[in-house]
Design a protein around this ligand. Sequence first.
Ligand code: SF4
Ligand code: SF4
Length: 362
Amino acid sequence: MRKWVSHDIDLCIGCNRCMEACPVTKKHITIADLNMATEPETEVPQNIIDFSFNCVQCGRCVPVCPAGARRDYMVLFIKYKLRAQKPGKYDKYIQIKDQDKRGFELMKQKLYTTYMKLKHRDLRQYMGSVPSENKEILFYPGCYINSPEVIRRTMKLLNFVGTPYNILGGLNTCCGIPHLLIGEFELAEKNMDLLHAKINRSTPKIVITGCAECFEALVRIKAKHKTEYDILTVTEFLLTHRDKFPKVRLRPNITLHDSCRITRRYNRGEAPRKAIEMFSKLVEMENSREKTLCCYYWNMGHDGANDKNRKKRLNEARGKSKTLACDCITCYEKYVGLDDGIEVIDILELFEEALDKEGGAR
Ligand code: SF4
Ligand code: SF4
């Protein structure tokens, strides 16, 4: 990372396009100061500390750079430099995801686990156990196992499709990407290695997930450990069985919120578009594909403008359609219920509605 950022600082021609594309709050930052603060051994001034903790690692600054520099990684390196002075909200997140809790914290975690297992009895077997039986598909919701509505919907659709699958949940575990986005590289590596070991117990052919961060973790694990399984989003997997779903029209039109990671970073934005076209007509927003805006989750609430930015995004969507579909669970959960003027849906709801309209999940 040190070599990488030094190389990118050398590439930078100071055009400021990265900062013009950047959607988070920043005050009085020059590229020269930003590049200086990115150098491994320099001090970081307060305005750049504030900006760095506002950065959501969305990557919107990357495609606009004429020199091919990765401003997102440069800011991530500043977060790494500042990891000892993380804001409380970042620290809290790390503590929630800590897998080596002791004493009172461990007791609190156990109480939470018991509560969730009692509350969602149908999902309790997936909340902490690691599947070992070999099945073709491994559905990895990770910590989103605590979003029961989304998990039940996904299971209903997988059951309909009929391919045998395991579920690897993790009420108190993490894929490692949140740690990475916070600048805790060692913890990120540790969590991804743990996840790799868990996946290996059931040797799946395809691992699927509905979370953009889990998707990135799986891609990184595959690259590091040269695993043989394929990685698909849940939408991509369902599209491989598209002929099984009823052909019904569910909305006059729908617009799509692209995820920073699935669409911009990995260029996998075609599946949600095809899914929308199965049941409706897609209307694109101006800020779509590589120009997409963030759900503003990954600064952990540090930027006071997060809600205002989300509402602005919903406003843009409302100008195109009465319905906004999200392909990533994090995006969906950050946008749903924020504005009464637009319906925000998890894209899997379209598949589910189509089944329900044709008489249930059969
Ligand atoms: S990753 Fe996103 S938030 Fe961070 S500097 Fe780039 S555009 Fe700004
Ligand atoms: S867009 Fe690229 S070249 Fe221009 S200031 Fe940002 S990093 Fe430097």
